[in-house]
Design a protein around this ligand. Structure first.
Ligand code: MLT
Length: 217
């Protein structure tokens, strides 16, 4: 299979800090879904919002699944490599720094972001994972990151679509690999709440604050 181009929207920062947010929607969403949240991350971020290339009953996703929470892991791998190749190309085309990308993903989008962490552990500068599930459970790569990117890891403690012990194993896998997890368990289901968004933005500001403006003379 050859890589397909991904639909995307790109909005350059008004006062660039160098960070590019990579927005990754949930099942049935598209590149417009998470855009309203992006401005809360501040005017200094470039925004790259991408639509998943897989369709499930007409609903865009970032990789195929065999059932609820059961992933086609060959496709997870293929689509992750496809996304990584796309990021290299689009960063050149749009002129942003490919070493300063922070993924912000919800549900299926969090899972392709997690797969980028596992298969390309030095690629992302950070990641917000809202409602994550471990995307690769077969032949799990031995992952080690020297870059040690911060990761906001945000399961819903009442999410019926996830198995809590699996969430713990995934968090342990990421931590052991060297990712710096900030964990927030929101007492809610699979839906994204304001508390999740606020938690992600606070985490982002702590780790990717814009450099202080130089005092004018
Ligand atoms: C979803 O609804 O998208 C699932 O919970 C997560 C996934 O399939 O990746």
């Amino acid at each position: 299979m050859t890589y397909q181009p991904l639909h995307y929207l790109y909005q350059p920062a008004t006062t660039p800090t160098g960070v590019t947010l990579l927005l990754l929607h949930g099942t049935g969403g598209d590149e417009r879904d998470l855009l309203p949240l992006a401005q809360s991350f501040g005017p200094g971020v470039n925004v790259l919002s991408v639509r998943g290339n897989v369709l499930e009953g007409g609903m865009p996703r970032f990789f195929r699944r065999l059932g609820m929470g059961v992933f086609d892991e060959d496709d997870v791998r293929f689509r992750t490599h496809e996304l990584a190749a796309f990021l290299a190309q689009v960063s050149e085309k749009e002129g942003f720094d490919p070493t300063n990308i922070v993924a912000v993903g919800y549900s299926n989008g969090a899972n392709i972001a997690g797969s980028l962490l596992l298969l390309y552990p030095e690629l992302l500068a950070g990641a917000v994972l809202w409602r994550p599930m471990q995307p690769l459970t077969r032949d799990v790569p031995v992952v080690h990151t020297t870059r040690r990117p911060p990761v906001f890891f945000n399961p819903g403690s009442r999410d019926p679509t996830v198995d809590p012990p699996a969430t713990e194993r995934y968090a342990t896998l990421l931590t052991t690999a060297g990712f710096q997890l900030t964990r927030q368990d929101t007492p809610t289901g699979h839906n994204l709440t304001q508390a999740d968004v606020d938690g992600g933005i606070t985490w982002f500001r702590q780790h990717f604050a814009a450099p202080a403006a130089t005092a004018s003379r």
